[in-house]
Design a protein around this ligand. Structure first.
Ligand SMILES: [Zn+2]
Length: 235
């Protein structure tokens, strides 16, 4: 995988960077590492090498959402690093367990995208406002009903999952980017995705890290542009 460092606390690992980029991230903490997402297959070898470089141990895996290209690597990572705590949003855990039913108060639109059956269960269910190390859990529904984003409170790096993409140009989840349409095609409810992008923008992140595409430094202006474009496209 391609490995890129961003600031003091964030390492990006990218599978298939040239053709079909899928990111996961290592977040450096005083007590070890948190892996955010996992790509579609095990990142364990790269995580182990990076952990050795950094002289830190993997402690936690935190998942933004239940799509296969984000959770597929968890089984392998769990095997290589037994005892790591695996967490995912409380609402999203139902999708992870194969339950695609919607709550009464949710938009009654079918959930989309690739889900896979997994043999493991999360150890911890996250609610907005919870913390995973230095990461604050932020509700980020729209791409899926229970996606969460993670804001590093130390330097305001935002790991946004598929709430936005930067591959092929920055876009709010649900707006089709011709060069990389896949996140949009897997998006559940576009108006919710737009509301989430607005919420994430109001967090004033210093750095935007997404599931698909490069990390953006000082992303405010680019996020504004993406939100404006989504408002027009979804109207
Ligand atoms: Zn996704």
């Amino acid at each position: 995988m391609r490995i890129t460092r961003h600031g003091a606390h964030l390492v990006q690992l990218t599978r298939y960077p040239a053709v079909f980029p899928m990111n996961c991230y290592l977040v450096l903490e005083d007590d070890g590492l948190t892996l955010v997402d996992s790509t579609m297959s095990s990142p364990a070898a790269d995580v182990a090498a990076e952990a050795q470089n950094l002289r830190l141990e993997l402690r936690r895996i935190a998942l933004t959402h239940a799509h296969g290209d984000h959770i597929g690597g968890v089984a392998g990572a769990r095997e290589r690093f037994p005892g790591v705590e695996i967490s995912i949003g409380e609402r999203e855990a139902r999708l992870l367990a194969g339950d695609k039913t919607l709550d009464k108060e949710e938009p009654q639109t079918p959930v989309k995208g690739w889900f896979m059956k997994v043999e493991w269960r999360p150890d911890r269910l996250l609610k907005p406002g919870d913390r995973v190390g230095s990461l604050e859990v932020v509700a980020a529904a729209g791409h899926t009903p229970g996606q969460v984003a993670f804001l590093d409170v130390r330097d305001r790096s935002l790991i946004a999952g598929d709430a936005m993409q930067t591959r092929g140009g920055i876009a709010v989840s649900g707006r089709v980017v011709p060069l990389f349409p896949f996140p949009a095609l897997a998006t559940w409810h576009k108006p919710s995705a737009l509301a989430t992008a607005e919420t994430l923008r109001r967090l004033d992140p210093a750095r935007l890290a997404v599931g698909h595409g490069d990390v953006l430094e000082a992303p405010a202006e680019a996020m504004d542009r993406a939100i404006e474009s989504a408002r027009r496209a979804f109207a």
